[in-house]
Write a protein that binds this ligand. Structure first.
Ligand code: GDP
Length: 317
């Protein structure tokens, strides 16, 4: 185990891949490893975790590809984690991933992995956080966390990323959809991708107006950057804004606060999952619970009434 942890710290891709598999499987080894990776004080390492989210087709994956190239040209080492909440498949089996990996196969400064998170029962799966812990221990400067597919994970990356990039496009109604989905609240940096097609300037203006009236958390007014993954323009500006945001977080212990909040959120989610499991195990044999279930099944009692009774029994309030 000691040797393994050393290999991780050195950034040995095989060790990283194996550690991630442990995390995904949630084995005993995973717990043992996590205990070693976690410093007791939860010290903040200088890896910058950037979340990239937005509607399917907005160009997230194309943008991540371009950013990868740019960051490598700057000599930065990076890990890319694509999370797909709609897929149970895991381990880099996705087609887009293979293409990406082939392109960067000989570059030891890039680590790429995709994870399916379906079946985790709401929220970011615990394994995503655990995998981030592993990647944070390896010597990467940047971790790009990209959401694939649709789902709650789009919003939940706000709990694990330091800087959230929201990708929008000039394509009809995109901003309205994004606003409805709650994406406007979670972005630290907004991109208008596909700036090569008409209407991008206009969209940027609309988004700036929307953001201007919104309440800004912590005095940060999210910038709006025009980019084109297709023409590879605006990528350096995007990165500059991410860095500016990271520098902002470095002030007044904002980064510690944000990561601390993320840990509390992780605790709540884990508690929620475990609590329900424990509760169900207990209730399964509870005669009163079984009777109430029968009442609900026959239609004698409403769902609401039964739940009220059960909660009353448990919490005596
Ligand atoms: P994702 O689903 O958000 O990951 O989006 P993709 O990266 O798969 O891109 C969706 C589609 O938009 C693809 O057909 C891309 O070729 C196209 N696309 C991505 N970026 C641009 C861009 O900057 N300009 C134009 N015109 N098309 C783009």
């Amino acid at each position: 185990m000691e040797q393994f942890v050393k290999e991780l710290a050195r950034g040995n891709p095989r060790a990283i891949a194996r550690a991630i598999t442990y995390m995904e499987e949630g084995t005993e080894e995973a717990n043992e490893l996590l205990a070693r990776l976690q410093s007791p004080l939860g010290a903040v390492r200088q890896v910058h975790i950037i979340g990239i989210t937005g509607a399917p087709g907005a160009g997230k994956s194309s943008l991540v590809d371009q950013l990868m190239g740019y960051l490598r040209s700057q000599g930065l080492r990076l890990a890319v984690l694509a999370i797909d909440p709609s897929s149970p498949f895991t381990g880099g089996a996705v087609l887009g991933d293979r293409v990406r990996m082939m392109r960067h196969a000989l570059d030891s400064g890039i680590f790429i992995r995709s994870m399916g998170t379906r079946g985790s029962g709401g929220g970011l799966s615990r394994s995503v956080r655990d995998v981030l812990q592993v990647l944070s221990y390896a010597p990467f400067d940047v971790i790009l966390l990209e959401t694939v597919g649709v789902g709650q994970a789009e919003l939940d990356i706000v709990y694990v990323a330091d800087t959230v990039t929201v990708v929008l496009t000039p394509v009809g109604g995109d901003q309205v959809q994004a606003a409805k989905a709650g994406l406007m609240e979670i972005g630290d940096v907004f991109l208008i991708n596909k700036a090569d097609i008409p209407g991008a300037e206009r969209t940027a203006k609309d988004v700036r107006d929307m953001l201007h009236v919104a309440d800004h958390k912590e005095d940060w007014e999210p910038p709006v950057v025009l980019v084109s993954a297709l023409q590879n323009t605006g990528i350096a500006e995007w990165w500059a804004e991410c860095e500016r945001h990271f520098a902002f977080l470095a002030q007044e212990e904002r980064l510690q606060t944000r990561r601390g909040r993320a840990r509390v959120q992780a605790m709540r989610e884990l508690l929620q999952q475990n609590m329900w499991r424990e509760m169900e195990r207990k209730l399964r044999l509870d005669e009163r619970y079984i009777r109430l279930q029968e009442y609900v099944q026959s239609g004698e009692w409403s769902v609401q009434r039964a739940v009220r009774e059960i909660l009353h029994d448990i919490f005596k309030e």
